[in-house]
Design a protein around this ligand. Sequence first.
Ligand code: HEC
Length: 149
Amino acid sequence: MNTRTIKENLRKRLAITATGLALAAASTFAHAHGDVTPQAVDTSSLKQLGETWVTANPYRGNKDAIRIGDSAFNQNCARCHGLGAVSGGIAPDLRLLDINDDDTDEFFIGKVRNGVTRNGAVYMPPFEGMLTQEAMWAIRAWLETVHEN
Ligand code: HEC
């Protein structure tokens, strides 16, 4: 191998390394912003609710649902509604939602399914098709545990 070939090989190797670094950086970036994609929530341990949407929380006070909802909230909602539902002011403070109340359950599930779009601007994305109703109700069950007046 003459000097020229060695240099050529070295340059190629460096180029490959640079590409590798760029890819690594890109995937780190994607990862850092991974919470933009709603995260799958494992609700298999909960009573399954079927196809029909229910309007009152079937998991109110259910410990397992509360645990699942805590993590589901932090993965899907916290970026706007705040970690632990402590709002930073971007979106409503969900600790203020009434608890033990079927009407508020219905209001909640409507907002989460449909999101909020006003004058063409998406304030909150719809979660129907992203989260199951089991996951949504688990979040509601958890929210009731952090309720504040
Ligand atoms: C991209 C930011 C964003 C994400 C993510 C988001 N929300 Fe929202 N949400 C908002 C905003 C902004 C509003 C207020 C919309 C309006 O102006 O009416 C809102 C409103 C709501 C309301 C109505 C509250 C009220 O008092 O009017 C509920 C309930 C709610 N969100 C639940 C959730 C849940 C549960 C999740 C996660 C599954 C979630 N949101 C994810 C931004 C978001």
